[in-house]
Design a protein around this ligand. Structure first.
Ligand SMILES: [Zn+2]
Length: 326
């Protein structure tokens, strides 16, 4: 509506020798910066034209407003569709990458798995928050008194801050999954830190404190990605168990894959945004609880790992345990 304040409808009228009246009408924009002659005619015709133009401008303004709202909605939808097509590194690939780092003596602030001697697992939900799915996940976790970790996308968190508040209020850990959900190994070096930092800033604005954990989208990371995360105060968390729920293989398949691979210190990668995962979440939790597994957040898992790390382990400044993966 700001546009309307800068527009005016002016008229200049002449009395004709025959007693009639002729007017020139113009639309003037920004105090005469642009004048557009729109019509000429009698004063009555001018008033009618002015009404028509007012209706036209109001309609255009409303259409523009709706256009930008639906464009934002389309952007969110596109993000979720893209996120679900993401290519993930398999646990084996992550283990191989980690083994290479260890061979090179590179010990990063990263959590590959929890304590292999403890019967504990971490459920991690990526890609939210999502107004349709996050409340369902929170309700199930509450019912079973399970604490989990949510790796949230900054731009989604900004749109749904209340969901982030609910996650934190329920005792779950909120981690950074970048601001735009991009493959960090495919963007310019300088932008990597910006992604972590912007994600941190959004979470800090909502919760009052920045996150301590992050997860690179797709598990795509290299030295630059993990160093930038560390410089932003973040410990990178990967996973040991990926049932591929983003491909929607069916709730039974998701359940079977999670349970088949689960082991001590397991970190399960699932998604906030997949109904099949939600449908099968109660069964997964019940099954694991029956088998004696305890659920931890990645913060609890890291704490436990830090306590189990041998003192002789090579360390770099700010490093946390890179536990040996089987
Ligand atoms: Zn993701």
């Amino acid at each position: 509506m700001r546009l309307m304040r800068h527009l005016s409808f002016n008229s200049l009228c002449f009395r004709l020798p025959d007693g009639g009246e002729k007017c020139q009408y113009a639309l003037t924009f920004a105090d005469g910066m642009l004048t557009l002659n729109v019509c000429s005619g009698t004063a009555r015709e001018g008033r009618s034209m002015r009404n028509h133009i007012t209706v036209f401008l109001l309609t255009a303004a409303v259409a523009l407003a709706f256009g930008s709202i639906s464009q934002a909605g389309a952007g969110v939808q596109q993000y979720w569709e893209r996120a679900q097509q993401e290519d993930y590194k398999s646990p084996e690939e992550l283990q191989a990458q980690h083994a290479r780092e260890v061979r090179k003596g590179q010990f990063y602030r990263e959590l590959m798995r929890g304590n292999p001697n403890a019967k504990s697992v971490a459920l991690t939900f990526d890609d939210g928050p999502h107004p349709q799915f996050t409340p369902q996940i929170l309700a199930i976790l509450k019912k079973y008194n399970v604490k989990a970790t949510f790796f949230v996308v900054g731009k989604m968190a900004k749109q749904y801050p209340n969901l982030i508040k609910q996650e934190a209020a329920a005792g779950h850990v909120v981690g950074n999954h970048t601001y735009d959900h991009v493959n960090l190994t495919k963007i310019p070096l300088g932008d990597i830190s910006i992604q972590w930092q912007k994600g941190n800033d959004v979470i800090k604005r909502i919760l009052g404190q920045p996150p301590c954990f992050c997860r690179p989208p797709g598990g795509d990371y290299d030295r630059a990605v993990i160093t930038a995360a560390s410089a932003n105060g973040l410990t990178t968390v990967l996973w040991t168990d990926d049932p591929g729920d983003y491909a929607k293989p069916g709730d039974r398949v998701i359940e079977e894959r999670v349970l088949r691979r689960i082991d001590n210190g397991g970190i399960v990668l699932i998604h906030d945004g997949i109904q099949q995962t939600i449908d099968v979440l109660p069964q997964i939790i019940e099954h694991l609880q029956k088998r004696g597994f305890k659920f931890q957040t990645v913060a609890e898992m890291t704490q436990e790992c830090a306590e189990t790390i041998p003192a002789s382990k090579p360390k770099t400044p700010g490093s946390i345990p890179s536990l040996k993966i089987r």
